[in-house]
Design a binder for this molecule. Sequence first.
Ligand SMILES: [Fe+2]
Ligand SMILES: [Fe+2]
Length: 170
Amino acid sequence: MATVRSAAQGILADDNRAQREQIIDLLKKAYWMEIETVMSYIANSINPDGVRAQEIVESLQQDIQEELGHAQQFAQRIKELYGVVPGSLEFASEQTYLQPPEHQTDIVHVIKGVIEAETGAIEHYNRIIQETDQIDPVTQDMVIAILRDEEGHRRLFEGYLREYEAEGLA
Ligand SMILES: [Fe+2]
Ligand SMILES: [Fe+2]
């Protein structure tokens, strides 16, 4: 049986194995960031009390689906690059800033935590865009689209924070 010819060019080429593995590591980190964001946004879309929290809660409910979609895209791309999507035992939490506040009416804590999470994603995805430049345009293209979502999320929550600051509540 004839062996299958491997790609001679691009990120799937044998010669690019080292760079491919480096990109897979970056994608795994992105995958875990999205998974942890889903966990944090579920908790923070349900815990808050009070009328003021309603808009934040509804906004986070929508974001959960988007972040879940991002996690699935990162996982898919890991596989396409001959990687293996990690199992749950490899997960390590990092989002100290999105833990439940002491008082569930403290919605400013949630808003600031979301901004922090989105900022972390924006920084990591900009790094992936840089690291994939010229070598993996498909991953780069995917991450550019995801980066736009995160910038939109961050901008939305910055707007919420401005409103609270204007009212002297943050
Ligand atoms: Fe995301
Ligand atoms: Fe986001």
